[in-house]
Write a protein of this length. Structure first.
Length: 540
């Protein structure tokens, strides 16, 4: 008997009085101790399928008009909530994609894991406390005694994900559902989490349902793979077979969909557009009743760099290395020491009035377009905002024409300009964010993790778009990312940061092909081992 058996599953969501199908006739089974991967782009129905197993969809908005889901032979569709609570956490647990939004910000780490043990296991507080320590040690969290009374915001992304795994493992489930467990993590942390899951699976003998759009992870982790698109499974096969001989056109597209190519060789004799000399950004650490400064967080510690006209400088490193802080300092969006020059002119001590006209020439594209685009404004209003601030009201018809032209450039149909951000996909929203930056014809753009939240195929499209726009408009980019494949496709030169300092810098080929420092070598190994590791590591 399979641990989980899904047959002809349909899921519909109520929309305008009618049920719109999100999952259409999906069937698969998960055996004890094996790893099955559900692969596909955003909106393919992966997460909806997984949430159906735990009956966590928002009923009656979501319904199962047809199909069956059995856990150890027992039907769960239509099962009373009281019975489902015995399955959730005990037999099946889930790790969600973003631990910061999954963990309660008001409760300590110990209290949140304790809750699971007290409710499901009926443990005493002292026994639960001892078990929490054991679980945190099991998932490899360092300084456990210090972490017990910490809150989620006091932990790094990798530490929060380890806490989520500890919570999911608290009741020793038979199946662990991992929904994009490494998407938001650095490559080194990603590798650690995957190794941790593989080790825990071997030790505990649990099955894993891995939901992801990253085929590098699937290649490393899964025994069997189901490929989903538009709510349907279009191909199901053992991992080795699927990677060696994909049958469906969509599977082949996914396998080929990653940022490709190399930046075109540029002229090195061109002038610097942006330059930073000995940039420092230190944040004070204050303690005691009178909040005296006892030390500093050296987010950016004496860094110098320059970005030449039409070039791309990539900044790579783990979370907390100071990448984004450096970008914000160069844009004069946070205070810093040192000297910042834009086109040879110092802007370090420029006041707000002096800086304002320069803002049109210096732009930024943020990591998450959904949170950086106002949900209350139409696309036209979002893009128009910069024009109104820097050029005044002028002629509305002309503004609409310029908005239409820039939307065409980034691949968005101009007739969609009066729609709102929630009506677009993640990739389309990022194109809109790029259009907002380009409408003022800037010379320098900071791109802060612009592809990390996107599917592989959409990442490739955005990289191609950025490369094309740079060639057409001679744009200068500072590209901040922990995704080394994207950086390799775009950057002419690379700066590697760790703990606020530069540990290595050089041209792109030198950094990727012949890294000099141990830290850079570790980053490269973590990033590119995921591509090359043979399938079935966990299930060999």
């Amino acid at each position: 008997m399979a641990l989980v058996d899904v047959k002809d599953l349909w899921v519909t969501f109520k929309s305008g009085g009618e049920g719109q199908p999100a999952v259409k006739g999906v069937s698969f089974s998960i055996e004890k101790g094996e790893t099955l991967a559900l692969v596909g782009e955003s909106g393919s129905g992966k997460s909806v399928t997984a949430l159906s197993i735990l009956q966590l969809l928002p009923y009656p908005l979501a319904k199962h008009p047809e199909g069956s889901i059995k856990v150890e032979g027992e039907e769960v569709i239509g099962t009373p909530q009281k019975k489902m609570r015995k399955i959730r956490g005990n037999k099946i647990s889930m790790i969600f994609q973003e631990p910061m939004t999954s963990l309660n910000p008001l409760h300590t780490i110990e209290k949140q894991i304790n809750e699971t043990l007290l409710i499901h296991k009926g443990m005493s507080k002292s026994a639960a406390s001892a078990r929490v320590r054991e679980l945190l040690e099991l998932v490899g969290l360092d300084k456990v005694d210090d972490r017990l009374n910490a809150y989620p915001h006091q932990l790094s992304g990798g530490q929060r994900q380890r806490v989520m795994i500890a919570m999911a493992l608290a009741n020793e489930p038979d199946l662990l559902i991992a929904d994009e467990p490494t998407t938001a993590l650095d490559v080194t942390i990603q590798a650690q989490i995957l190794e941790l899951l593989a080790d825990l699976q071997k030790r505990l003998g649990m099955a894993i349902l891995l939901i992801t759009h990253d085929l590098g992870i699937v290649r490393k982790m899964a025994k069997n793979v189901c490929v989903m698109t538009q709510g349907e499974i279009v191909e199901a096969a053992p991992a080795k077979e699927l990677f060696n001989n994909p049958q469906h056109a969509y599977t082949r597209m996914l396998l080929e969909a990653e940022p490709k190519g190399l930046p075109v060789r540029k002229n090195d004799t061109v002038p610097d557009v942006m330059k930073g000399d000995h940039i420092k950004v230190w944040f004070p650490i204050k303690k005691g009743l009178f909040k005296r400064t006892v030390d500093y967080v050296r987010a950016v510690d004496d860094i110098s760099l320059s970005v030449k006209l039409g070039h791309t400088v990539g900044i790579v490193g783990e979370s907390g290395s100071g990448k984004s802080t450096l970008g914000l300092a160069l844009l004069r969006l946070i205070k810093s020491e040192g000297n910042i020059l834009f086109e040879g002119r110092s802007i370090q001590k420029a006041n707000w009035k002096t800086l304002r006209p320069l803002r049109a020439e210096i732009q930024i594209v943020f990591q998450d377009p959904y949170s950086s685009l106002s949900p209350r404004l139409s696309i036209a209003q979002i893009i128009e905002e910069g024009l109104l601030v820097h050029e005044g009201r002028g002629n509305r018809t002309e503004r609409r024409e310029r908005i239409s032209d820039i939307l065409k450039e980034v691949g968005i149909p101009p007739e969609a300009m009066d729609r709102y951000p929630h009506e677009f996909s993640g990739g389309q929203r990022q194109r809109i964010a790029i259009a907002r930056a380009l409408i003022l014809k800037p010379k320098f753009i900071v791109l802060d993790e612009p592809t990390s939240a996107l599917d592989m195929s959409v990442q490739a499209q955005i990289v191609d778009l950025l490369r094309d726009l740079q060639t057409r408009h001679n744009l200068t980019y500072l590209f901040i990312s922990h995704d080394l494949k994207v950086v390799r496709a775009l950057a002419d030169s690379v700066i590697v940061m760790k703990d606020g300092k530069i540990v290595e810098r050089g041209n792109s080929a030198q950094i990727f092909d012949n890294p000099a420092t141990d830290y850079t070598k570790a980053l490269m190994k973590a990033a590119f081992d995921l591509e090359t590791t043979a399938a079935g590591v966990v299930n060999e």
